[in-house]
Ligand binder design. Structure first.
Ligand code: ZN
Ligand code: ZN
Length: 182
C-alpha cells in the first residue's frame, strides 16, 4: 500500500502552488489568491491585495529557476535554494490561525504572509531536493503545452500538467494515430 504522510502532502501542495503560479503566469491567467487557498494556505483568503501582489512579484522572481527544474542538475539547484534560503528570515514557530489545526510555520509569528509563503515554498523545495532531487518535476507531454507538473505517483508515470484537457486531447490523438497505423 502506498501511504502518503501529512508531511509529504504538505510538501506536494506547496510545490504545486508554486508551479501553478508559474503555469498561470505563462498562460496569462494568474489567480494567486484562490490557488494559494486551494493549496492549503488558509491565510490567502483574508490577506490584502498588496500582500498578494508582493507574493506574485516574489514568485515571478523565482519563476525562471522553477521553470528549469525538470531535468536540472541537483548541484546548482542546491546552490540556488541555499542562496534563496539565506535571504529569508527562517524562525520556525507553532501556530493556529483561520481555524487550522496546530502547525509549524518556518517564519516567526510576526512575519508577513508573503514572507511565510516564500519560506514555505523554499523549505518545501529544499526537502524535495533532499528526498528526490529534481526528478519529480516535469514538463507537460501535450503538444503546445509547456506547463510544469509535480509527479507524486509512486512509479513516476505522470506525463501531463494538471489541465485535464492536455491528457484527454493527447489520448485522443494517440488513439487516432493508432487507428491510422492499424
Ligand atoms: Zn499556517
Ligand atoms: Zn499541459
Amino acid at each position: 500500500m502506498y501511504v502518503t504522510s501529512a508531511h509529504d502532502t504538505e510538501i506536494r501542495l506547496t510545490l504545486e502552488a508554486a508551479l501553478d503560479f508559474v503555469n498561470a503566469l505563462a498562460d496569462g491567467e494568474v489567480n494567486t489568491r484562490s490557488s494559494l487557498h486551494h493549496h492549503g494556505f488558509s491565510r490567502a483568503a483574508n490577506t490584502s491585495e498588496a500582500s498578494i501582489h508582493r507574493i506574485e512579484q516574489r514568485l515571478a522572481e523565482l519563476t525562471p529557476r522553477l521553470r528549469s527544474l525538470p531535468g536540472a542538475d541537483p548541484a546548482p539547484t542546491v546552490d540556488w535554494i541555499n542562496s534563496e534560503l539565506a535571504q529569508l528570515n527562517i524562525v520556525p514557530s507553532l501556530t493556529t490561525h483561520d481555524d487550522a489545526p496546530l502547525h509549524i510555520h518556518w517564519t516567526p509569528a510576526s512575519a508577513s504572509f508573503d514572507d511565510q509563503v516564500m519560506a514555505d515554498v523554499l523549505m518545501a523545495l529544499a526537502q524535495e531536493v533532499c528526498d528526490h532531487g529534481t526528478e519529480r518535476f516535469g514538463v507537460c507531454a501535450a503538444t503546445d503545452c509547456e506547463d510544469l507538473f509535480y509527479d507524486s505517483t509512486r512509479n513516476g508515470s505522470r506525463r501531463f500538467c494538471p489541465d485535464p484537457r492536455c491528457a484527454s486531447r493527447t489520448h485522443t490523438a494517440d488513439h487516432r494515430a493508432r487507428k491510422r497505423h492499424n
